[in-house]
Design a protein around this ligand. Structure first.
Ligand code: GLN
Length: 301
């Protein structure tokens, strides 16, 4: 019945202004569902909220309200981009991370739940340790240092990224969320990094690019075709950035300080070994909530 309505005139015409919220919600969800998108109804309601500026409660309480032409057109654009395979976070320009809403664009990786667990591990460190300075190498959207700055306002937080475009996104997130973070445009592998930073830190964090190039073909197309390769791929050596971190960290992290890095689920033991062989102490491998190797934590002697 609904389908018949939608495909009226043999064309996909449901975005006509004057349709009610409830019809547009159902027809958007149906289109997403037909395209094989799993959380079709949820995504449809996000798109309607975005296109109309209404809250979720508004959508539920006033399903018979009508959309304006501009809103219907906006919804049509969002839906078309999503149907082209663009991740919902890029379509809407926002992603949730640790209970906050971050702006995202294709210049930055979409923050992942695993990375929330990395942040959780950092937040478990003593306030005194965090007060000694926290640096995030390869910060992207800035979700890691911004979250730490919001949760621990006393901590001095610095985010580093090689991409000026990513840092623009990070800066805008920090100002939207009122987080006091300093930003440095630099390559995490640059031997002059410590001089550029001009100080040392008690915690170094990184979620570096860790997907080997040869895994590109097996990634979901949404990830492979839309997220920044610069933030995803490690090149032919899966340990490339961890080797660089092992080189850099002793210059950047103070004695007794910590390194916490996110890793590829298959690289746990290899990265653990790397840190142990470089003389780090208390090296530990942590699993994420789905039981996969995800974080290496080590301490500077
Ligand atoms: N966790 C991301 C993914 O699975 C990869 C992030 C990274 O390479 N650092 O797609």
């Amino acid at each position: 019945m609904l389908k018949a309505q939608i495909y009226d005139h043999g064309q996909f015409k449901f975005m006509d202004a004057g349709q009610t919220i409830s019809i547009l919600l159902s027809s958007t969800a149906l289109r997403l569902n037909e395209a094989g998108i799993e959380s079709a109804r949820t995504e449809a309601s996000w798109m309607l909220m975005h296109a109309t500026g209404r809250s979720k409660m508004d959508l539920i309480m006033r399903p018979d309200e009508k959309m304006t032409t501009d809103q219907a057109e906006h919804l049509q654009i969002l839906l078309s981009r999503r149907l082209e395979g663009v991740p919902i976070q890029y379509v809407l320009g926002v992603a949730d991370f640790y209970g906050r809403s971050f702006t995202v664009s294709p210049d930055v990786l979409i923050p992942r739940p695993e990375t929330e667990e990395l942040v959780e591990s950092v937040l478990r460190l003593d306030a005194e340790v965090l007060g000694g300075g926290v640096i995030d190498l390869g910060t992207g959207s800035g979700c890691i240092p911004i979250t730490i700055a919001c949760e621990r306002p006393g901590a001095l937080c610095v985010g580093v990224d090689v991409s000026a475009a990513a840092l623009r996104v990070a800066r805008s997130n920090a100002s939207q969320l009122g987080a006091n973070v300093q930003w440095v445009e630099a390559d995490m592998c640059d031997p002059a990094l410590q001089e550029m930073l001009g100080r040392t830190f008690s915690v170094l964090i990184s979620n570096p690019p860790y997907i080997p190039d040869e895994e590109a073909a097996s990634l979901q197309p949404e990830v492979r075709n839309h997220e920044p390769g610069l933030a995803l791929f490690s090149g032919s050596d899966p340990l490339h950035f961890y080797r660089a971190l092992c080189e850099q960290a002793p210059r950047i992290v103070r004695s007794g300080g910590y390194v916490l890095v996110e890793i590829h689920a298959d690289a746990g033991l290899a990265v653990l070994h790397l840190f142990e062989q470089a003389g780090w102490i208390d090296c530990a491998l942590q699993q994420d909530l789905s039981g996969r190797d995800r974080i290496i934590r080590a301490r500077m002697p």
